[in-house]
Design a binder for this molecule. Structure first.
Ligand code: INI
Length: 157
């Protein structure tokens, strides 16, 4: 049997960037706080974490791409909140954010993590920003830590 690679929640002193969008900031501030809380509680020091704020979810992929291209980070975590309104606008924004982050992720050598809440109602957004369904920002940061360690394990063979 060959090797099994698995990541621990260990950043080994590496730097992490978190991109948040201000649109629906009632929720995105909670998602950002959740992400930072997760990183702090797993031993990532404040000076190892950079944050960037963009106007809306649509702008997250370009900021994530720029952060990746600096070469300074072991992972980029993206947090945002897209909530359905009276028009199909929500679907277009959600679709572009999802595609954009996936594209940045696949074109980069580091994990780019999707911590975007897409909600049909305010209740769904509340549930995912620190209440019944947890905090998607916290979850995304945890995923970043696991993926950083997994990528390092694979690279080291
Ligand atoms: N941006 C969001 O992050 N969430 C939303 O729910 C949203 N809606 O529904 O409009 C939203 N729109 C703004 C968009 O992300 C861009 O910032 C804007 O279109 C400028 O490019």
């Amino acid at each position: 049997m060959g090797r099994t690679f698995e990541g621990k929640f260990d950043s080994r002193g590496r730097r992490i960037a978190v991109v948040g969008s201000r649109f629906n900031d009632f929720f995105t501030r909670e998602l950002m706080d959740g992400a930072l809380d997760c990183l702090h509680r797993h031993g990532v020091q404040d000076d190892q974490i950079d944050t960037a704020w963009v106007p809306g979810g649509f702008e997250i992929p370009i900021a994530a791409k720029r952060l990746v291209e600096t070469g300074r980070y072991a992972a980029v975590v993206c947090v945002g909140c897209i909530i359905q309104g009276d028009t199909p606008h929500f679907h277009y924004v959600a679709s572009e954010v999802t595609k954009g982050i996936a594209q940045v992720s696949l074109n980069s050598d580091i994990p780019v993590v999707f911590g975007i809440v897409t909600a049909e109602t305010l209740d769904q957004a509340i549930e995912r920003s620190g209440t019944k369904a947890g905090n998607k920002g916290f979850d995304a940061a945890l995923t970043a830590l696991e993926m950083i360690d997994l990528c390092a394990a694979i690279d080291e063979g």
